[in-house]
Design a protein around this ligand. Structure first.
Ligand code: ADP
Ligand code: MG
Length: 250
């Protein structure tokens, strides 16, 4: 199995008669950026949700650093070191950006956070300094005292990424991190992801736009109709006629 951080073994998932995932086997290697691409409805988000414990597979297992995590709750999986950015940003709209980034840092240290603690989030100086540093990193430092609800869609996604980075995850899962972004925001996000890559964090990026990930990915798995139809380097995958066909709706 080599140095796989995450392994997905023989996973299957059905939704009321629809087979969303079939025979999924996947190895995510340490320090690599692994892209999972495929047309809309291919099963990409379902696969991510199975990996983070939001959905239980009908068959198969997910193994993280040698430990079976299938059946664990999402927050338990998060505590083990898997952070994720969902397709729809999940932030605290009424809190400031700084508080939003401090919240997961506390959660990591103290366990799942209780909402009544959120108003006291500014207390810890070390956590605050780190949160400020990370907001700087994602280009949101100037807005750190703004309410999160006031952000543009692109900024909300960058905030959610900051909320993941503050957890120092062993594995970061991103579901369409540039979805709905302007070209400028998309390019900024790609640059940010490249910088994270240089730090050696293991990442899985889900994308339906195959061009977005080709400059980032070490390895690409192509999902179509719930199955992995091709796997390889970006160049190998790009040249694969099966992949072209899947994207052209063949
Ligand atoms: P992708 O992320 O690749 O666009 P999804 O994983 O969201 O695809 O969806 C895969 C398939 O499963 C689609 O046909 C979708 O309609 C279906 N699906 C996803 N989630 C559910 C659900 N909770 N209930 C029923 N069907 C679902
Ligand atoms: Mg999706």
């Amino acid at each position: 199995m080599g140095n796989a951080v995450l392994s997905v073994a023989d996973v299957q998932k059905n939704f009321a008669g629809l087979r969303a995932l079939s025979d999924i086997d996947l190895q995510i290697e340490e320090g690599k950026t692994h892209a999972i691409i495929g047309p809309n409805g291919a099963g990409k988000s379902t696969l991510l949700n199975v990996c983070v414990g939001r959905l239980a597979p009908d068959q198969g297992a997910v193994v993280f650093h040698g430990q079976v995590i299938t059946g664990k709750k999402p927050h338990e999986i998060n505590q083990l070191g898997i952070a994720r950015v969902f397709q729809t940003p999940e932030i605290f709209p009424d809190l400031t950006l700084l508080q939003n980034v401090m919240a997961p840092a506390y959660a990591r240290r103290d366990g799942p956070i209780r909402l009544n603690l959120l108003t006291r989030l500014d207390d810890d100086k070390d956590v605050r300094l780190e949160a400020e540093h990370i907001l700087e990193d994602v280009g949101l430092a100037a807005k750190r005292h703004d309410e999160a609800s006031a952000l543009s869609r692109g900024d909300k996604r960058r905030l959610e990424l900051a909320m993941c980075l503050v957890q120092h995850p062993k594995l970061l899962l991103l579901d369409e991190p540039t979805a709905g972004m302007s070209r400028l925001d998309t390019n900024r996000t790609i640059d940010l992801l490249k910088r994270i890559k240089e730090r050696g964090m293991t990442k899985v990026i889900i994308e339906h736009d195959m061009h977005v990930v080709f400059s980032l990915a070490d390895k690409v798995s192509v999902l179509a109709q719930g199955r992995i139809i091709a796997e390889g380097t970006p160049d190998e995958v790009r040249a694969d006629p099966k992949v072209q066909e899947a994207y052209l709706g063949g």
